[in-house]
Design a protein around this ligand. Sequence first.
Ligand code: HEM
Length: 507
Amino acid sequence: MSVSALSFFRLQGGIFGFLQLASLLCLLLLLFKAAQFYLRRQWLLKAIQQFPSPPSHWLFGHKRSKDQELQLLLKWVEKFPSACPRWVWGSRIFFMVYDPDYMKMILGRSDPKAKTTYRFLSPWIGYGLLLLNGETWFQHRRMLTPAFHYDILKPYLGLMADSVRVMLNKWEKLTNQDSFEISQDISLMTLDSIMKCAFTYQDSVQLDRNSQSYIKAISDLSYLIPSRVRNAFHQNDIIYRLTSAGRWTNHACQIAHKHTDQVIRQRKAQLKDEGELEKIKKKRHLDFLDILLFAKMENGSSLSDEDLRAEVDTFMFEGHDTTASGICWIFYALATHPEHQKKCREEVQSLLGDGASITWDHLDQMPYTTMCIKEALRIYPPVPVMGRKLSKPITFPDGRSLPKGILVSLSIYGLHHNPKVWPNPEEFDPFRFAPGSTRHSHSFLPFSGGSRNCIGKQFAMNEMKVAVALTLLRFELLPDSTKVPFPVQRIVLKSKNGFHLHLRKLH
Ligand code: HEM
């Protein structure tokens, strides 16, 4: 046998040997994964045995219908009291909670945010207040709380009213036509408002094309991120980056970051001006972005650029997309309930006249409008769900318990539509919030509760009141019965088919 034939056989033998070894390793890995899957599933089955749920597939979990999640949830809320485990994969569950006592117990503890759901937000909003946990969260929360002090919020009302008027002026040119989609304009208006208030931005973003691309990027991310949470094959960062959804997410994040970077750069440049610095020194409380730029942490070091960017991205998003969702749903609720709309308008007219100015004191003098806003936030909570991972076992007041490590989905939407908590939950009845009415402390949680409640709650309520009051003075809102909004659970509550309303100009 020649030398070359011998080395050919040796090479062939080597390849076979290698393939054999590789197959063995793959088999072992597969067996290991199967054992892991089996053990995890057995552990979960034991952990949730006290909580019945609809039958599910052993591998794929409960059936998922992308846009029918909320409708499915409502069926479960009726059927399974307080809480119900939802299998998203044979060895993964989200434990859904929609009972006020359960909510109270969990929100009263300090369980961290569930990484499984929140980590996908991090390439976009970084580790700012929403995603942080533990001591760093506590330090940031303490640092940023003064940005929402009454003295700071008071002068924001004028800025909010200006932003609303820009939108209403635009709408005046469109009225008495067919219905039109309002959510894009409302998002631009709330973005304008947060930019002027929290970020000391002086131009109007409502007329600027770049801001429209930011809004579009946020809307894309609001869709892409929840889809990724649901998709078992998109959990790995490297694999996800190679998919078209991953590339799209990356592109949308870049657009969002370009927007926030520009805001930081611009403010830093302004602060180089002596006059601007003098103005700041005279202020008792700093605006949000200035707090961040002047921040010194406990150990005396300033906030890193990465931390600063994360907070700006977090507040830019949380500060406008949530209120935009809230305002869209409030407008829709009022459009479909003309009798309540009329009463709100009468209240606002007698308080504000032509609406030339709206002050802090006015906000407490519109009880009926406030009741309607709260009832809309109940039926359409802008943040429909929150996630936690149990850091220690828990026993609920009804005696059922869960071990450490379970992922809990606190469903605000489920809670607000729970017929045991709210009789006839789908009915729009503002009198549920009439002064003197009583209810469980944790039955109405649009802004969450406990130490991790919404830091922007007061800001948001003010903005929604200003937007509703000024809009009702200028327009009658009418629904378009051919295009009824369909609620879908994205990061905030959206309508799958947008918000189409007819606006009839008054006078
Ligand atoms: C209608 C409007 C709003 C609603 C319904 C809302 C609701 C919520 C909810 C439910 C949470 C808890 C989230 C969780 O635990 O995962 C939250 C947290 C938060 N919200 Fe809001 N929000 C609104 C407006 C705002 C505004 C205007 C801002 C900023 C200006 C803001 C900033 C934040 C931040 C930074 C957090 C995280 C707080 C922390 O963990 O310490 N929100 N919000």
